[in-house]
Design a protein around this ligand. Structure first.
Ligand code: SF4
Length: 532
């Protein structure tokens, strides 16, 4: 059996290639980015002509994948958890249209917010859409589950959600690979009306989805990914979800857990196993790395419950943040494991823009242009430039979601605030800033929009942005008058000129767009190295 040492994200990517993938669609977002990057750099994926360019955002990625599935081919969509909010419209509706070729949606959640603005748990999206959810407990399970996910997606005719977390995505282990499968041939859906969600058809499709729920649950019990593992000590029953199973077992190295355990790696929740557990144990501990999806469902699943439930809701486990083996040990009343102390060289450093980054010169110019105006006027977006909120820049006042800078600035201008500035990056602009610009331009709202164009998606490691080389054309195409568009270079030597241009825009009683353009120094350095 061939084994490879791979990162969790790479495991999923290799599994998809091996299982007959024809196209992957994604928008970069930590901790999901490496799935697409692995396929982009895989010679095997190249030989198989697997489509693997970044999409403009998660919604376009989801819709394009649905189109490939319509043609009978296997496809994967990858995003970080907050990307699910962007993809939600297409994602929820794809459960109603169903699929033709297998479709797996991978959402990488980030409990503890290592690099995210919230902790949301994508399992709720899967439950909301009423489709099967896979939550691997290990990298090997993730590999095997990609094959299985395509199989059940094609067998049940619905997309399948695979939910992973940061630890799963970013830890490396040896994984046994399976025999490769060919890609699907092009084939159109048998029912030509399947993907037409007119109300009359959508109602029928929705009823079908509801009728399928017991089948999904049966699949959950019979797949082998969910297990009832008996234990002699019935004083406690444990339910583990996904990677939380590893956190439990790390507390029993070389031996089995003394308590009965229901291991959940596939949803809908395996009710028969849960009933078996609650029939034996008066106290149930639920370990799930994220929200309280299973913990909240427990009492509803079992009529007249005679057991107590412990977990995140009653304070046995912390309500927020990532689980760890030590937190689980605490909940079990066990001594914490003696982990190696963190070496002194590893210290917490506040995040900062790279020395020499063009965003710094842009903020220096903006701060000077805004002198004399009270704070609370600069709406920012999500990217490296969000660090402009921190000292020494202290330039921005918001960071809510992708694209929200332009639209929030519009709302503030509508409220009468003046002057109002929106800062957005090139990648974020095409992700979801363009539609906001259209809203601004329709009313010629008095907003100064700064597009800080570093010619890449810097924050996630330098992926090519959909906006590359197109920003001016897009702005003019959306209706921006040519004289309200300026392109500046964020360098010290142009500081005075940049401040002057910004001041003029701030005084203008309509919309202005100022593109600050200088390549991310990290991308530039990588490009220079690759040329050597
Ligand atoms: S990665 Fe690039 S864009 Fe981000 S802070 Fe560093 S130089 Fe600036």
């Amino acid at each position: 059996m061939h084994k490879e040492l791979l990162l969790g994200d790479e495991v999923i990517a290799q599994a998809a290639i091996d299982a007959g993938l024809s196209g992957i669609y994604a928008y970069p977002g930590t901790p999901s980015t490496e799935i697409m990057e692995y396929i982009q750099s895989s010679p095997e994926a190249g030989e198989k002509h697997i489509h693997c360019l970044w999409s403009a955002n998660e919604k376009t990625a989801m819709e394009t994948a649905l189109g490939m599935s319509y043609c009978g081919k296997r496809t994967m969509v990858c995003m970080k958890h907050v990307g699910m909010n962007v993809a939600a419209d297409a994602f929820i509706n794809s459960a109603i249209t169903g699929v033709n070729g297998g479709l797996i949606v991978v959402s990488a959640d980030d409990p503890s917010m290592h690099s995210s603005q919230n902790e949301q748990d994508s399992r709720f999206y899967g439950k909301f859409a009423m489709i099967p959810i896979l939550e691997p407990a290990s990298q090997q399970e993730a590999y095997d589950m990609v094959f299985y996910g395509f199989d059940i997606s094609e067998k049940l005719g619905v997309p399948v959600l695979m939910r992973i977390t940061t630890r799963m995505a970013h830890s490396r282990t040896g994984v046994a690979l399976k025999t490769k499968r060919p890609q699907n041939e092009l084939s159109l859906p048998e029912d030509p009306r399947q993907f037409v969600l007119l109300p009359g058809i959508a109602r029928q499709r929705y009823k079908k989805l509801l009728r399928q729920q017991p089948e999904f649950e049966q699949e959950s019990v019979s797949s082998g990914y969910n297990q009832f593992i008996d234990g002699p000590d019935k004083s406690l029953g444990v339910i583990t979800c996904g990677i939380a199973h590893n956190y439990l077992m790390e507390n029993y190295p070389g031996q089995t857990c003394p308590y009965p355990v229901v291991k959940v790696s596939q949803y809908p929740v395996p009710v028969s196993y849960i009933k078996q557990l609650t029939g034996q144990c008066k106290k149930i501990l639920v370990l799930e790395d994220g929200y309280t999806l299973v913990e909240e469902q427990l009492k509803g699943l079992i009529p007249n419950p005679s057991f107590t439930v412990c977990g995140r809701l009653d304070g046995t486990l912390p309500r927020d943040g990532e689980l760890t083996p030590d937190i689980v040990a605490d909940a079990l009343g066990m001594a914490k494991k003696n982990l190696s102390p963190v070496p002194e060289i590893v210290v917490n450093r506040p995040p900062a823009l790279c020395k020499g980054c063009g965003h710094i010169d842009m903020y220096n110019a903006l701060n000077d242009a805004l002198q004399g105006h009270t704070p609370g006027r600069v709406f920012s977006d999500i990217g490296c430039y969000t660090l402009g909120a921190l000292p020494p820049h202290l330039s921005i006042n918001s960071c809510v979601d992708m694209g929200a800078s332009i639209t929030m600035a519009k709302g503030a201008a509508d409220a009468g605030l003046s002057p109002v500035v929106a800062v957005i990056g090139d990648s974020t602009f095409t992700h979801s800033g363009m539609t906001g610009l259209l809203d601004v331009l329709i009313e010629n709202a008095p907003v100064t929009i700064i597009i800080s164009d570093n010619l890449t998606t810097g924050m996630t490691g330098g992926q090519t942005s959909s906006a590359y080389g197109l920003i001016e054309k897009i702005c003019l195409g959306l209706g921006l008058p040519e004289d309200r568009l300026k392109v500046l270079t964020p360098l010290k030597k142009f500081h005075d000129e940049n401040v002057k241009t910004l001041k003029e825009a701030l005084q203008h009683k309509g919309t202005s767009v100022i593109v600050f353009r200088r390549e991310c120094i990290q991308t530039a350095a990588r490009r220079a190295r690759s040329k050597k």
